[in-house]
Design a protein. Structure first.
Length: 254
């Protein structure tokens, strides 16, 4: 009888432990490209939390200086990683924000963990014509699941790439799951491409063209001019300021 009661107690304890958990159920990674070689990355992790783990989550959320590895250990998933790396450099402007509880019910609740950062050297750019710039995405920046057949998007994962407004897709492989190209196979008036779970990324490649406006060309010309002759321009400014002081002094005390 005693052994039976002990067995029941152990089973109840095991059941309560099994139901005390936090699980990442979905990952959404968005790469926001711009008219430079860097990009902003926003990663959203959907976290399911059982009722018995809600207080643990809320306590961790209020804690200060918990790192990604700390959160990964608390959740026990191994899924909280940067899925986009900066080739040949480090990332910047990193933030990690565990969100408030949502959809709370008898079974538990959900929360969104948001990771954001800037990656550098994610594209290379070449001026291929008047005000025409060709951008090539660096696929080495992708850091998703590696399998025997190569890198691919794991289950319950989505990858999005936002291209600059007005940019034209030249080439992309594999074909995005959304949106579909037009009847000519061209992606026109598209600002975001999406790939879903299971997509192979081993041979991922993408290029797009950005046409610079006349105004932007003029502004960038003077910016490059200033950057190339900063010391000379500063020296000329100092000389002109000195001449102005001498002129004013001569006028006042003449």
């Amino acid at each position: 009888m005693r052994n039976a009661l002990l067995l029941i107690a152990l089973l109840c304890l095991g059941a309560s432990t099994a139901f005390a958990s936090m699980n990442i159920t979905y990952t959404d990674t968005t790469i926001i490209l711009n008219n430079s070689t860097s990009a902003k990355v926003v990663e959203l992790y959907t976290l399911n939390i059982t009722n018995s783990s809600i207080n643990t989550y809320l306590g961790d959320r209020q804690a200060i200086n918990l790192s990604i590895s700390d959160w990964d250990r608390a959740i026990g998933s191994g899924l909280i990683i940067q899925h986009v790396l900066s080739p040949n450099s480090s990332i910047s402007d990193f933030t990690f924000l565990p969100g408030p509880l949502m959809n709370q019910n008898a079974a538990g609740a959900q929360a969104i963990l948001t990771m954001a950062y800037i990656v550098h050297n994610i594209t290379t750019v070449q001026n291929v014509g008047p005000r025409k710039f060709d951008y090539i995405f660096n696929s080495a920046a992708l850091n998703f699941e590696h399998t025997a057949s190569g890198e691919s998007l794991p289950p319950n994962t989505r990858m999005n790439i936002d291209i600059p407004k007005g940019a034209l897709i030249e080439y992309v492989y594999p074909t995005p799951d959304y949106p579909y190209p037009n009847y000519l196979g061209i992606y026109s008036n598209v600002t975001e491409l999406s790939w879903y779970e299971g997509e192979p990324l081993t041979e991922f490649s993408m290029s797009y063209v950005v046409y610079e406006s006349m105004q932007a060309e003029v502004v960038n010309f003077f910016v490059r001019l200033y950057q190339g002759y900063t010391q000379q321009i500063s020296l000329v400014a100092i000389i002109l300021a000195g001449m102005l002081v001498i002129y004013v002094y001569a006028k006042v005390f003449a």
